[in-house]
Design a protein. Structure first.
Length: 158
């Protein structure tokens, strides 16, 4: 602290009692008609009332903060729940798409099996291969493929 900038107090011969609050509020009692000693009951009463009011304000702020924190926790929980629900829904859509694609592959393989003009051996091999891939891709079956293993979304064949 710069001592030259500090306030200089000059004695006035009048005794006073001062209380300064956090937000610039001031209470001051001076000797005048009544001595400071005679004003003590009023000073103490005023200080006690002020202390109670400040304590109540602090408790109200703490309660308000506690409620805000609880609301924030609930908002975060709801956000997490929503994100998890959306992820589950995306997984459902992916399963449905895979299932539907597997059905289409089987239908196409059946069509080729009955309508194709391919040579008989090539056609049987291809139809078996296509049906096996449909079983591999179908989330209801999930048959392991000897080359590709178990289907995982990382293959991203959609």
């Amino acid at each position: 602290m710069n001592h030259s900038a500090a306030k200089k107090y000059i004695p006035s011969g009048v005794l006073s009692f001062r209380r300064e609050g956090y937000y610039g509020e001031r209470m001051e009692w001076k000797e005048g008609k009544n001595s400071l000693e005679e004003q003590l009951p009023a000073i103490i009463t005023k200080l006690e009332l002020k202390a109670r009011a400040e304590k109540k304000e602090k408790e109200e702020r703490e309660e308000s903060h506690r409620k805000w924190m609880e609301q924030e926790r609930i908002r975060n929980e709801q956000k997490e729940l929503k994100l998890r629900e959306l992820e589950k829904f995306k997984d459902l859509i992916e399963e449905v798409n895979h299932w539907h694609q597997a059905i289409l592959i089987r239908e196409y393989a059946n069509f080729i099996e009955t309508k194709s003009k391919r040579s008989h051996n090539d056609q049987e091999d291809w139809v078996s291969w296509a049906k096996a891939k449909a079983d591999w891709y179908d989330p209801m079956i999930g048959k392991e493929d000897e080359i590709l293993g178990t289907y995982t979304p990382s293959y991203n064949v959609d």
